[in-house]
Design a protein around this ligand. Sequence first.
Ligand code: SF4
Ligand code: SF4
Length: 470
Amino acid sequence: MERIPVVEHHTEHKNASVFASDKIHVRMFPGVYSQLRRMVSWPLLFAYFALVWGQSDGQPWILFSIDDRRLFFFGSQLGWNDLSLLAGILIVAAFGLFVVALTFGRIWCGFACPQSVWTWLFLRVENALEGPAWRRKKQASTAWASPQYYRCIGKHVIWGAIALITAITFTGYFVPIRDVLNGVVSGNSDLGVWSWVMIMAGLTYLNAGLVREKICLHACPYSRFQSVMFDDDTRTVSYDALRGEPKGSGHSTQSGDCVDCTLCVQVCPTGIDIREGLQAACIDCGACIDACDSVMTQLNREKGLIGFYSQHTLSTPLNKRAGAQLHNAIAPLFRWRAMAYLTIFIVSIIALNLAVIGRDQLHIGIERDRTNLFTQLPNGQICNTYTVELESFYPKSLKLRVSLRTPENSNGFILEGPEGIHLPDGKVVTKNYRVCTDSARQRRTEVAFVFSAEGIELAKTSTFLAGSVR
Ligand code: SF4
Ligand code: SF4
């Protein structure tokens, strides 16, 4: 399989610094992909806030409660014992990302990654308050006395407010959101909550407001990982050099379709020139497609000089493109590697669901007293003592009946201890029991503690010892 070379450079803004005046001033441009990004990012933003504020039966839709040591997930509760499910979630996420990366490159980065979603949000605020890119660039070189700076201050205030709301909501994934909000508003939050809120607010402000594309360029491992995933059938934002070159003014019949207007560079959030080839810095956001399509429309030329193309399509001569376009449309998904990833992705989702449905919602721990293996009573009975620990992950309190199940032909066992246990939701209850028998026939017998309530019956086995273990 031929590997696509990834050009790694940062053309126009190579030396741009976060705070310097030569930082990237992204030009906002309307178009199909701009609309698509909004259609993806607004629901994601809505979900981010709604998931912690939404409640069913008084419980949040999602809460990774550190205090309760459990995850509340749409009415279900998972404990730390279910952490193995996390491995399943990671497998599902990884293979989902593999399928997307193999078929459509970094569209996750351009459309759905939180870094991009929040950066575009901050960019819209910047554009609304400080005006278009050319004005922002001009303002960056003017003196502090400029009235534009009041707009700049306003922008930072709004950025700060968005960052704070984002951070409070993020903390609400771990501590009930209403407690976080009340604590922050009243100033009574504990140090842990304050720390989380301040750190997350600072990171959001820095990442989406100031650092922006540098996270994608230097901190995100996915940009390095992409060259491993790509092959020449992967569709990714690309410039059609066969059609566009040689660049010209648009008047000569000798030149290609690219008129070198640089609009595609001006709108790029990572400041690259896609005409220089596939680059690790490209996040597949499609902004340059919108810009170039608009130029082509104005010039009465066919759109698509920049588009989501595979290398296979781009290397096909222009007069054979009709077949290549069909290949471009179906090949990314219908090949063995993509199908294999997709199959594992779907199977992992099914397995994860079955594991969640089939998990025990009553965690039972039974510990036999190990300091005193067995006791012989004056009446000849032999007894073992046990500590029973119960934790319920049912979203309600339980009244459990406790009984003992012993193997056939081993009658004579009795269970001493509380017959009924009230198990409140979210609490760990510990009880002591004693099992005795006057007819122990063997040194070791497997006995089962049975816990039952309406529609629930769970058993946990332990060992009864009637003599020293050899
Ligand atoms: S927007 Fe299109 S025409 Fe303008 S420079 Fe970029 S590729 Fe060329
Ligand atoms: S080159 Fe185009 S798709 Fe890639 S990051 Fe820049 S604007 Fe987005």
